[in-house]
Structures are given as structure tokens and as C-alpha cells.
Design a protein around this ligand. Sequence first.
Ligand code: PLP
Length: 398
Amino acid sequence: MSVLSDRAKSLRPSPTLAINAKAKSMQAQGINVISFGAGEPDFDTPDNIKTAAKKAIDDGFTKYTPVGGIDDLKDAIIKKFQRDSGLSYKRSEIIVSCGGKHSFYNLAQAIFDRGDEVIIPAPYWVSYPPMVSLAGGSPVIVETTEKNEFKITPEDLKKVLTPKTKALIINSPSNPTGSAYAKKELERIAEIAISKNFLIISDEIYEKIVYDGFQFISIASLSQEMKKKTIIVHGVAKTYAMTGWRIGYTAGSEEVISAMNNIQSQSTSNPTSIAQKASVEALAGPQGEVGKMVSAFAQRRNYIVDRLNKMPGVSCYKPAGAFYVFPNFSSYYGKSYQGKKIENSTHLADFFLVAARVAVVPGVEFGADPFERLSYATSMEDIQEGLNRIEEALKKLN
Ligand code: PLP
């Protein structure tokens, strides 16, 4: 009898976390690696948020809390949705979990049954397909194109709809492409969701990281009907440089939120009490630090996109949000380095690590092999040096 479950055997570790671990281990051995692998802001958590956490400890706020989060935090989340998207939720329609990933996981467990089809536009965040599969659902991957700014079109969507379609995942702005949906595009998707009766899971974790005045719109805000069909997954990690604090949240119907609450009550219980207090300050306190981080990201984005597009054979879409670029390197596939052929994004990422000491994440992990993902949540000096190294390394391929 096998020790491991089929479920566990079917899983691989998150490739993005694995690349980071590899780069960090090389750095620990004294190798000068520049990592474009990070999925987290390089900034420190703002001081007001840290102070709120310290106060929570000093006040003895260190016990179990209600499973789905403290009322203070739910109220701050409710105000956030009202302020930013004009959406009204009750406390019973909000649940706080241990990070956005956990929010999505619990949601998948709450709504997917065996045979349910879940449409995932590619390139996608690496964790969607495994989390859907773990819940018994069937991921239906729909490829998008650079030409369409990596967004699913109504035509693409209609082609894959079946009576088993349960949900479509929209991640705007997106990890890994940084592309974001405009209101008109969301309206066309919403029309189909309503007429064909499926749910939308809207992952809005990069909502605040947008550039050039891009207007973020939540698909839930388009109409009352759409609000009923949408479940929003969100979190404080990316906006407030709080990746380690592990606070995510979900907004949806009372039915779904209450099922997620049951799952959470039998698994993790509440998210950390101290991190919840810190998140109240993050969402309800001054927002000035967010603007500063976003302007720094914007400067880096402009530089990195410009440099990549100037490299021979490389094309890079200029993203509207998040802190990733997703350049197309496929014109180098088929070339060789020291007699070894580079045939795909994994080979090229390995080549960059070995020959250039630069860590990137292969596009295949996001369902799009012509590309590599580079995070620019790292210093401008590292970005400049890392791109110099990539440029030099590409010249070695023939
Ligand atoms: N959704 C997307 C698209 C992400 O990129 C991430 C993190 O990488 C998450 C959700 C989850 O973030 P966390 O679990 O750190 O809150």
C-alpha cells in the first residue's frame, strides 16, 4: 500500500516558490545571483501597520478569534469595497483567511464538485489549476494571446462553455502578465456569465498596483446581478508589502461564505490574531505608502519593458498593473549553449541561472511556454544589472 494519497502524489511544489528557494540557496553559498523570481514587494511593511501589530501583542490580543475574522477587520474590508468599488457587503458575506491563497483554496473546496469545469485563462497564476483539481474540479485552460494583451475574449470563452461550466477565473491585474481588464471587456464577459449562468471568481489582489491612471474595475460592481454571481478573492499581501503576515479575504454570497467558514473552522481556525489587527490598520489607516510603492514600481516597469524590447528577438507587453513582466523569448528556442539546445522556457531559465546568474520563472509554469516571468519587485540596481546579464547571455546562444 502506498503511504501517500493519490492527491499528494499528483502535486508538485509551487514553481515560483521553488525558484526563489533555489536563488536564495545560491546566494547563501556566496554566488551573486540576481533574482527576478520574487512574487512579493521588496519594500518593508509600513510602520503604522507594524505599530498596530505590536500594540495587539502588548494588549494581549493573542488568543483565538472568531474563525472567519474579527468584526473590526470585516468592517474595514466592507468599507474598502464600498470606497473602492461601490460594493456593499454585510459581515456575513466576508471571510478572512490565512492569505489570498488560502482564501482561494477554501473557496474551491466550498464550491467545486467532481466534474465541475472551471475556466482558467492562460497565462494563469500557478496555483489555480492545482487548487481547482484538489477540490475535484476540472481546470479548462483557455489560451490567450499577446496580441489581445493576454485577456480572454468573449469568443474564446463561448467556445469552451459546456453545461458543466461552473466558474471562470478572472485575475485582473494579472500574475504573471500584469494585464488588466477594462470596464467594456468585463461587461462583455459579465453578459455571458449571466446568460449562461456560471460564477466568476475575481482575484483582485493586485487591484492597487496599477499604472498610467489605469482605472481598476471589479466585475462584481457592474450590476446587482453580477455581484450575486461573483466571488471576490483579495488580500493585503501585495498592496501593503505584507506577504509574510498571511491575511487574505473573500467576499461573496452568505451561502458560499458560510460554507467556507465551516471548512476553515475544521482546518486552520482563525487567521493570526495579531496579523488581523495589523490588517485593520493597513486597510483603514493612511494609504500614502501604497502610492510611494506604486510609483517606484511604475518607474521600474518603464525601464524593464523598454530594455527588454530593445533586446534583439525579445518582445515584451507593457503591463497595466502588478509587478511582473512576461517577455516572449521564443525566438531563441532552437539555439544552443555549449552544445546544449534550448528548447523551451525551462531550458532558457536554467541557462539564465547558470550562464548569467539570473533567476526568472519559466512561462510554462503559467501555461505559456514562449515566455519567462520577471518580477520587478526588486531594486533598480538589481534590475539594471540583471538585464545587462540577460542581454550578454543571449549573445552566447547560437
Ligand atoms: N492571487 C494571485 C494572482 C497571486 O499572485 C497571489 C500571490 O502570489 C495570491 C493570490 C495569494 O497571495 P497571498 O496568499 O500571499 O495573500
